[in-house]
Design a binder for this molecule. Structure first.
Ligand code: PEP
Ligand code: MN
Length: 277
């Protein structure tokens, strides 16, 4: 990938990013929380629960890019204020999406990590704008994008002067309809061959099915992903967005109790040289 002047593994050792004492790329990052911020109670209750279960960061959308213009679009500034309250209560850093280049500078005052959603992966004005600030950026893979297109979008951010880019595999569109998208697990080792940037996995939007979230989370960790981003809601039945795919706090805690020993086991393994290299 000759166009990668800054994102390529050839030019730099692996990137690690410090966020409030947590080092992305060096330890497993588990970002959990609701699809969208709906109320202070919903967000704070969920934040406390995911923190107790071992999450390292809180997610929650204040700006929701919805398929239909009539669907709930997010609380905007009020949502960001609620996220700030949840952070004050739990200490969890905030990951939240920005969808408009004009909002980047003020959303960055609330966000510890700015999320670029799949639908905006190639919104080049937005990429340039987040590239101009120093907040870490979580760049989701476009649902129709190749690895090369995705890494070139990371290159847009890096080339504006922001070195703090985290990639997020969130599934791509295939002919399969049983799942919401198809999780491309091979993207994890493939990206690690090509780039020094950390890569995390979204098992929620990639599958859209509760029963598949745990196995795909474990598979992502086993494939050396640097982290996960998982939707959790204190009362999924009442969720205003993506209700069918949100874990309850109890389901999330159970999943964390399986992820933690798997990660410890993997970290203890002595690296065996790959015969196929
Ligand atoms: C999200 O994480 O809130 C989201 C909308 O995901 P995606 O952009 O991957 O669809
Ligand atoms: Mn969602």
């Amino acid at each position: 990938m000759k166009s990668l002047k800054l994102a390529s593994l050839d030019v730099k050792p692996r990137t690690t990013i410090d966020v409030d004492g947590h080092t992305i790329g060096a330890e497993l990052t588990v970002i959990a929380g609701p699809c969208s911020v709906e109320s202070e109670r919903q967000t704070v209750e969920t934040a406390i629960a995911v923190k107790d279960a071992g999450a390292t960061m809180l997610r929650g959308g204040a700006f929701k890019p919805r398929t239909s213009p009539y669907s709930f679009q997010g609380l905007g500034l009020e949502g960001l204020r609620i996220l700030a309250t949840a952070k004050a209560e739990t200490g969890l850093p905030i990951v939240t999406e920005v969808i408009d280049p004009r909002d980047v500078s003020w959303v960055a005052e609330y966000a510890d990590i700015l999320q670029i959603g799949t639908r905006n992966m190639q919104n080049f004005s937005l990429l340039k704008e987040v590239g101009k600030c120093q907040r870490p950026v979580l760049l989701k893979r476009g649902m129709f994008s190749t690895l090369e297109e995705w890494l070139n979008c990371a290159e847009y951010i890096l080339s504006e002067g922001n070195p703090n880019v985290i990639l997020c595999e969130r599934g791509i569109r295939t002919f399969e309809t049983y799942t919401r998208n198809t999780l491309d697990l091979s993207a994890i080792p493939a990206v690690k061959e090509l780039s020094h940037l950390p890569i995390i996995v979204d098992p929620t939007h990639s599958t859209g099915r509760l029963s598949l979230i745990a196995p795909m989370s474990l598979a992502a960790v086993a494939s050396a992903a640097d982290g996960l981003i998982i939707e959790v809601h204190n009362n999924p039945a009442q969720a205003m967005c993506d209700a069918d795919q949100a874990l309850t706090p109890e389901q999330f805690a159970l999943l964390m109790s399986r992820i933690t020993p798997l990660k410890q086991f993997l970290d203890q393994q002595i690296e065996v040289p790959d015969e196929t290299e």
